[in-house]
Design a protein around this ligand. Structure first.
Ligand SMILES: CSC[C@H]1O[C@@H](n2cnc3c(O)ncnc32)[C@H](O)[C@@H]1O
Ligand SMILES: [Zn+2]
Length: 441
């Protein structure tokens, strides 16, 4: 008998490998932080002994979900400004609130709430764009989740830094501290083409190349952004970014609505990734990302929730379902973004964008053991002809029963093992009270 740390006997395993293999009555073995074996349950019982053995006969195992764009600490602004278009949401509500409230403590506590929500939704890796990222790293590490921290760079002063150069300096210090870290990856996070001028963009490109960092940015979020960009710079934002050297495989372009064929070709030729945030785009009436055309052009498409202040949740299962159904409505083609492709966008495509395709994003032997279990035992999951269909179209986040990251179990039967939910709820209510009292004055 071979000993492993964890042995999970599952009803189904959706591997999200290149062959799209779905296995029934198979088991997954974890040793240290890696997937040690995936094999028929009968063989697994004969071959392995485990420190922890789980019978999940009515569950599906699949790779952890990767939320490719958000602003974690903005969980504290959930529901604060609804039913508004992007620019008045930002100018009249969110930026004033950030000026008043955002600090290292706010970032740490708000991020902790967001991580708790994300783990309970099956998210094992999230990309964040927010101020005071350095104040969130202990929380990230202790919770067990993985994160890409895209530190903000913006022309105007923020509570974190006063100039674009100061944003860059502070962020690069963090990147140096976490170079090579397996849980925290630091990247550049310029805010948007309309808030960053050419000189900081040139420094961002130089820094990305010198320190080998990825870049994530809101791009083409609305038609208004494109129109204003043409008025100010005489060219569309994508063309401006290309001329400045930003479009490359390092680049993760978030939102990407209002694209014409030339924009799509430029993105495809550059090797940049698109991060589709369908629910935020729908709620702010920002526009539609043409993911079918992008995928046909060969672009790597991933999915993000955006922040809880514009979504208003961090639920990647619901996001991938919205992505799959919206792709059909937006393109007039019911075959656009089929179920398995939506799962890929939320897992392996994201891993590739993060340059972690050999370690993350699918359940394959030798990869990091970032695994989630979905409970299909209730009547809402019956009948089940195809587990992939159910994950994409008929599964809610309440069905996420267990989560392992790097081989460590962080959610057991919906209970968070690494975070104190009572303390998190207490802090969220205390912040809510402070913010609400100030709004009522
Ligand atoms: C530099 S990233 C942090 C910055 O971005 C703001 N933000 C949050 N959501 C959006 C969005 O959808 N479009 C543009 N900007 C957004 C956030 O409030 C921070 O100020
Ligand atoms: Zn955003």
């Amino acid at each position: 008998m071979t000993s492993v740390d964890t042995l999970i006997h599952a009803g189904w395993i959706i591997t999200v490998n290149a062959e799209k293999t779905v296995l029934q009555h198979h088991s997954l073995a974890i040793r240290d932080n890696l997937i040690a074996a995936i094999l028929p349950t009968e063989q697994a019982r004969a071959q392995f002994t485990a420190t922890e053995e789980l019978e999940l006969a009515e569950h599906v195992l699949m790779p952890g979900l990767i939320n490719m764009h958000g602003h974690a600490a903005m969980a504290y602004f959930r529901g604060m400004a609804d039913d508004l278009p992007l620019m008045s949401w930002l100018n009249d509500h969110i930026w004033p609130a950030e000026g008043q409230w955002v600090s290292a403590d706010f970032a740490r506590d708000g991020t902790e709430l967001a991580i708790a929500e994300m783990l309970r939704c099956g998210t094992t890796f999230y990309a964040d764009n927010y101020f005071f990222a350095e104040a969130t790293t202990n929380t990230i590490i202790n919770s067990g989740i993985r994160a890409q921290l895209c530190f903000p760079i913006i022309d105007f002063p923020t509570n974190w830094a006063k100039t674009p150069d100061e944003h860059l300096e502070k962020g690069l210090a963090l990147a140096k501290q976490f170079k090579g870290h397996e849980q925290v990856m630091v990247s550049l996070g310029p805010h948007a083409p309309y808030t960053v001028s050419d000189e900081p963009f040139r420094k961002i490109v130089a820094a990305a190349e010198e320190h080998d960092l990825l870049i994530q940015m809101h791009v083409h979020e609305t038609q208004g952004e494109v129109d204003d960009g043409i008025k100010l710079h005489g060219k569309r934002p994508i063309a401006r970014l290309q001329e400045l050297g930003l479009l490359s495989p390092r680049m993760q372009c978030v939102h990407m609505t209002a694209l014409d064929d030339a924009d799509i070709k430029m993105i495809a030729d550059s090797g940049a990734t698109v991060v589709h945030c369908p629910e935020s785009n729908l709620k702010l009436a920002s526009g539609f990302c043409p993911i079918e055309k992008l995928q046909k052009a060969g672009v790597n498409v991933t999915i993000g929730t955006d922040g809880a202040a514009s979504n208003n949740d961090l639920d990647m299962l619901s996001e991938l379902r919205t992505a799959a159904i919206l792709a059909k409505a937006a393109s007039g083609n019911a075959e656009a973004l089929p179920a398995h492709a939506a799962l890929e966008a939320a897992t392996i495509n994201a891993a590739k964008a993060l340059r972690l395709g050999d370690k993350l994003g699918s359940l394959e032997v030798g990869k990091w053991a970032d695994v989630i279990a979905l409970d299909f035992s209730e009547i809402e999951s019956l009948p089940m002809y195809d587990p992939v269909s159910h994950v994409a179209y008929a599964t809610s986040r309440n069905q996420v029963s267990d989560v392992w990251i790097n081989g460590q179990r962080v959610l057991a039967d919906r209970e968070l093992l690494t975070l104190d939910v009572h303390a998190i709820a207490h802090k969220a209510k205390a912040w809510q009270q402070r913010i609400q009292e100030a709004r009522n004055v």
